[in-house]
Write a protein that binds this ligand. Structure first.
Ligand SMILES: Nc1ncnc2c1ncn2[C@@H]1O[C@H](COP(=O)(O)OP(=O)(O)OP(=O)(O)O)[C@@H](O)[C@H]1O
Ligand SMILES: O=P(O)(O)OC[C@H]1O[C@H](OP(=O)(O)OP(=O)(O)O)[C@H](O)[C@@H]1O
Ligand SMILES: O=C(O)c1cccnc1
Length: 502
């Protein structure tokens, strides 16, 4: 299912500098020059050891609907430069009016566990088009991957308990709420309180009731009984409006009445105070009254650290409602994904270079910080695994390495060239990037959201526990294929010597 919020063209959802550069490419007659860009991030969020790729369905929705409308073009015509004259000439506006995307796009499917420096999306096509896609692709992938990762971390701590996403009211605007609900479900939540997300994305919806319901009656018992009368098949009662344990006793009273009518008290919710103590005491009261199956829901500024602590304290909570800290990715509000030019097709007249790279001029960005030096190439990620799970990922240039499984391959740690690993020809592997668009035509069917969610769990099960630990996680090995490493080193040296290409 695509994201129906984007069933309209959002082609102006880009930074102005992408449009001014597009104009520059058009004006200098380089618009059609074939380029390759890679989208990747440099550091796992939340000081964690992994990231969940998410947002591709929305990228597809965006690209499927790409195209400048008459209104978009009219707006672009109104933009002026410092001298008050139009920024763009009419002929460029006409060019945009007829612009159809013809890019090839490969991507790592949603729900895949990914690591720093791996291309999540690779765009190849006319440089003008690649450029226009930079900002929307980053916007769509960064946030959803961040939230899916947060939800996956929460799922790791709650284990088999129920995890509910309650964030809409505290989310960063409408879209922040909608895409967060989607990504949170993919990452491991069981349901959302967000009804529109339920409808648009086929996510289960659920929830309890608010304090206002209790406050609107003269006493709590009356409020609980009335709620049970109205929705006898959906009774989870919020017990902390006045006194939580007294509230549990009132809920039990209501539960007895429900039982007589053939219904059950599904749960109680605690939303303040010491959730460990209160849940343990509430459990005792419920069990003693014969409500062993009644769930204890907890909410109140929860995150993975507090949940982990509560579980260690022996809290008797089996449903966790998490809002603000999930949908706003409270402790790290952005994933720093970037989109970098990695290759340009050579002019036909160029001579092949000594590496035999006939077609491409490799590009990279230098930086004083090693982590910020981009990797050139038409990148693919090869994930090696065995029966116990994932072993290591190797980034390679799909045009240079023939991709054959008949050869042993050497992988080099990009931060320590002396660290090498050799994989022999019969090592199991998967190449993670798969074709999504070919010459602008979609060649990929978006999987249903439930299978993407299930995939996250099967992926995490293949990851070593050390990589999943929250405190000082083990770094999962991601290296460069030897040839790509050598190419990168050579390019760095030549750039440092003042040349511009290999
Ligand atoms: N046993 C516990 N261990 C660790 N953290 C807890 C525990 N119980 C509750 N918390 C967390 O402590 C934080 C603050 O709770 P605190 O008691 O200060 O506020 P509150 O109970 O909501 O108070 P108020 O009634 O003013 O809303 C919340 O994030 C809550 O999830
Ligand atoms: O704490 P969060 O993780 O963000 O989870 C969502 C919170 O939103 C609600 O509070 P609110 O005070 O808005 O309304 P209420 O009357 O239903 O408690 C709910 O009770 C949770 O505490
Ligand atoms: O259903 C709930 O309990 C709920 C929904 C939204 C926010 N907080 C709680």
């Amino acid at each position: 299912m695509t994201n129906k919020l984007y069933d309209t063209s959002l082609s102006l959802l880009t930074d102005l500098y992408q449009v001014t550069m597009a104009y520059g490419y058009w004006k200098t007659k380089t618009a059609e020059k074939e380029a390759v860009f890679n989208l990747y991030f440099r550091k796992n969020p939340f000081n964690g050891g992994f990231t969940i790729a998410c947002g591709l369905a929305n990228v597809i929705g965006y690209i499927d609907n790409f195209g400048f409308s008459k209104k978009d073009l009219r707006y672009l015509k109104t933009l002026v430069g410092n001298d008050g004259k139009p920024l763009f000439e009419e002929a460029f506006i006409d060019y945009l009016a007829n612009l159809k995307l013809t890019c090839d796009i490969e991507a790592i499917p949603e729900g895949t566990v990914v690591f720093p420096n791996e291309p999540l999306v690779r765009v190849r096509g006319p440089i003008l088009q690649c450029q226009l896609l930079e900002t929307p692709l980053l916007n769509l992938i960064n946030f959803e991957s961040l939230i899916a990762t947060k939800a996956a971390r929460l799922r790791l701590v709650v284990e088999n308990d129920t995890l509910l996403e309650f964030g809409l009211r505290r989310a960063q605007g409408v879209d922040g709420g909608m895409t967060a609900s989607r990504a949170a479900y993919i990452g491991g939540c069981d349901a959302t309180s967000n009804v529109l997300a339920g409808k648009l994305y086929d996510i289960p919806v659920g929830g309890t009731h608010a304090h206002s319901w209790v406050m609107s009656f003269t006493d709590e018992q009356q409020a609980f009984d009335a709620y049970a009368d109205v929705l006898p098949n959906n009774v989870t009662l919020l017990v902390d409006t006045y006194d939580s344990l007294q509230g549990v006793r009132h809920a039990i009273e209501t539960g007895h009445r429900l039982k007589q009518r053939g219904y059950k008290l599904a749960g109680i919710r605690l939303d303040s105070g010491d959730l460990a103590y209160l849940s343990i005491e509430a459990r005792k009261l419920l069990d003693a009254a014969g409500f062993e199956d009644t769930a204890i829901v907890a909410s109140n500024d929860l995150d993975e650290t507090i949940i982990s602590s509560l579980r260690q304290q022996g809290a008797k909570i089996n449903v966790w409602g998490v809002g603000t800290k999930l949908v706003t990715a409270f402790d790290q509000p952005a994933l720093g994904g970037v989109y970098k030019l990695a290759a340009l097709r050579r002019e036909r007249s160029s001579q092949p270079d000594e590496d035999g790279a006939l077609a491409w001029e490799y590009k990279m960005k230098l930086s004083e910080q090693a982590i910020k030096i981009s990797t050139p190439g038409i990148q693919q990620v090869r994930r090696f695994s065995d029966e116990r799970g994932f072993i290591a990922d190797m980034i390679y240039d799909s045009e240079r390495m023939d991709g054959s499984i008949s050869k042993a391959i050497t992988m080099i740690d990009p931060l320590d060239f002396t660290k090498r690993r050799r994989f022999d020809a019969n090592q199991d592997f998967d190449d993670l990037l798969i074709p999504v668009f070919r010459l602008g035509k979609r060649v990929y069917e978006i999987p249903d959201i439930h299978s993407v969610r299930a995939k996250v769990q099967t992926q995490l099960a293949k990851l070593h526990p050390g990589v999943k630990r929250f405190v000082n996680p083990h770094t999962y090995p991601v290296g460069l294929e030897k040839g790509l490493h050598e190419l990168k080193t050579k390019l760095i040296l030549s750039l440092r010597e003042g040349q511009t290409q290999v």
